[in-house]
Design a protein around this ligand. Sequence first.
Ligand SMILES: [Zn+2]
Length: 314
Amino acid sequence: MIRNLLCMTAPVREGFDIPCHEIGPASSHPAAAFVAGLHGDEINGVFILSRLADFLNSVEAGKYPELRLVKRVLIIPAVNVLGVNLRTRTWPFDKSDINRMFPGSTNGETTQRIAYAVLEATKRADYRIDIHTASTDFEEIPQVRLHGPSEAERETARMFGLPAIMERSLSPVFTTTMMHSWKVWPGQSFVLRIGQGGTVQLNHCQRVFRALVSFLGRIGILEGVQIAIEDEEVCSFDKPSAFRVYAEKAGTFVSDRQVGRWVRAGEELGYIYDSFGGSVIEKVVAPVAGLLTGIRRHPLLFEGDLILRVNRKG
Ligand SMILES: [Zn+2]
């Protein structure tokens, strides 16, 4: 079933709604809640969750007779629905970041009402998953991000089967994020960070879609899922394992390397060219041996811009 999480009126256009899928047997609270598009330019997550909703609705409709949805799943594919329409990260009317509006309120600004409605719908779920991307300039390996996790969350994180788990402490600064509000509630909370903003990266999206279906199988929400026995290696990385390379000169950066590759120390990963002269002005190499977990995709560099990140295996 699809319902509107929140219907809003706008001064100069028609009203708009935030769609919310509730799929599976009725229950006092969802077993799993998936949220994407808190940032309107992060399209990978919106695409993945809309496809997941379609798939689970098909399961409910009996199109996959071997599969059975035994617990309720809630999916909000695009919280910043206007931002998705207008291709903006923030809420278009007042440029506010919805992920800085939690826990929200019922009678505040529009974005506070949105935050409140999203939190109300999701906070009682046993498993809560919030999907983001990196910026529109940078690509991240599909990863689970843990923020000050419990032991149970550390264990569950491996069940996504994504190649990297990045652990951070819970930020004492950004206390108005959805993750921060989720943490107060029983149940487990995860951020998935998938690829680059502003685009749909089909290879990442297909991989994460399969990962989410397997995850629903492993945690006992979707019965009958064939789970691959030979899973790819899942690596956990803490903060000190990350080695970053920054641009020492301005120019045009190009690289044909894919995130998720293991690289050797000193391996060439790309070049910075003189933007108009065309000559190579810097060879960009891996700072250490490890997994290439992030790389810049916008070619035009200023001095000091982040070019790439390699995580060393602990
Ligand atoms: Zn985001």
